[in-house]
Ligand binder design. Structure first.
Ligand SMILES: Cc1ncc(COP(=O)(O)O)c(C=O)c1O
Length: 381
């Protein structure tokens, strides 16, 4: 199988698996225990926090381990909403966020919060002007993703963050789940207060992630209990997962520049190849876009049919975000760009990872052309 669904999840790096196995065998103590095994596990945790802090150019005290992107997003948004509810109840986000942001905002609306869902342009990009227009005296939070998981569009985080520096009481959260290791991330420079990451998107393990929280800024914890993670995230720490994630972060630090340019070259080749197939449209923007995602529509063809035909040829791709892949409705992200329902319904997402090669890309282009020619006469969107 040639795996081209790296936005859904990535293959764990062999060194990550090795680190996790060794950690499970040797460091099974509870880091809160006072005996030697506990202290050793605590040291693994400390070391992982330092590696994460170094990779993100933050202090170790600003790194909080969570169970992944969904929990980091929930903690960030609900944590701000609960903590600052007396200050205001207005939140700004966009129409194309991941469900773990959008559904949290909808839930907060049920509890009396007011949410502005910013529109996007045809490339799937939020505008700074719209952020400015949406700001109100009772705004407490702006939550905008860095890289969109369906289109790969990079949002103007630098511009928004720089503007929000004028409002020190408005907290800026960025869902960077799709961007870490793929595009440069400058948390401090961009004035980001809270940032979410998920290890399984960068060749680490599933079920572990990070919430970066700017020092001295308080938010309410989502999970209360034993007071781990400085009281922000109770629960016995997932030491093997955290160690595996730290390993993946270190590998990214070592190879990020090289990985980014390899991904870019493969994406460029995909673009050229897809453009030559009649009836194929590229939905992802060409500039200000992440190098690992390319979203296309094969006009007149139901995406799911094409997906399974490609699967039979040995390729894994997806129709949209993994958590809503089974829905029959067109992707709300694509619809928000103004695309027709038909075009959105015939869209496929091809997403690249560290293990992919130019040979995979060439083979995929041949398979796409073959499948399209074979199926098109028999299908209807
Ligand atoms: C942009 C974005 N945010 C959040 C998440 C959720 O992350 P996790 O699967 O770790 O909960 C995803 C996963 O698809 C994502 O793409």
């Amino acid at each position: 199988m040639i795996y081209l669904d790296n936005s859904a999840t990535t293959q764990p790096h062999p060194q990550v698996i090795d680190t996790m196995k060794r950690t499970m065998e040797a460091y099974y103590g509870n880091p809160s225990s006072l005996h030697r095994l506990g202290v050793e596990a605590e040291n693994v945790l400390k070391q992982a926090r330092q590696i994460a802090a170094h990779a993100l150019q933050k202090k170790p005290t600003e790194i909080f381990f969570t169970s992944g992107g969904t929990e980091s997003n929930n903690t960030a948004i609900k944590g701000v909403a609960m903590r600052y509810r007396e200050r205001g109840r207005h939140i700004i986000t966009s129409q194309i966020e991941h469900a773990s942001v959008l559904d949290v905002c909808k839930q907060l609306e049920e509890f009396g919060y007011d949410v502005t869902y910013l529109p996007v342009n045809k490339e799937g990009r939020v505008s700074l002007e719209d952020v400015k227009q949406a700001m109100r005296p009772d705004t407490i939070l702006v939550s905008i993703m860095h890289v969109n998981n369906e289109l790969g569009t990079i949002q103007p985080i630098n511009q928004i963050g720089t503007y929000l520096k004028l409002f020190p009481k408005v907290i800026f959260h960025v869902d960077a789940v799709q961007s870490f290791g793929k595009v440069p991330l400058r948390i401090n420079e961009w004035g980001v207060d809270l940032l979410s990451l998920s290890a399984h998107k960068f060749h680490g393990p599933r079920g572990v992630g990070i919430l970066v929280k700017r020092e001295n800024m308080l938010i309410e914890p989502l999970l209360k209990g034993g007071g781990q993670e400085s009281g922000l995230r109770s629960g016995t720490e997932n030491i093997p997962g955290i160690a595996g994630m730290a390993k993946a972060m270190r590998l990214i630090e070592e190879t990020a520049t090289q990985d980014m340019s390899r991904l870019k070259e493969m994406q460029q080749r995909l673009r050229e190849g897809i453009q030559q197939i009649p009836g194929c449209i590229i939905n992802s923007p060409e500039t200000e876009a992440a190098p690992h995602i390319i979203n296309i529509s094969v006009l007149g063809m139901k995406a799911e049919v094409l997906l399974h035909a490609l699967e039979a040829e040995g390729f894994c791709v997806s129709t949209r975000s993994a958590c809503s892949a089974k829905s029959d409705e067109p992707s709300p992200v694509l619809v928000a760009t103004g695309m027709s329902r038909e075009q959105a319904k015939s869209s496929l997402r091809i997403s690249l990872g560290k293990q992919n090669t130019m040979d995979d890309v060439e083979k995929f282009l041949v398979a796409l052309q073959t499948c399209k020619n074979r199926i098109l006469p028999y299908t209807k969107v």
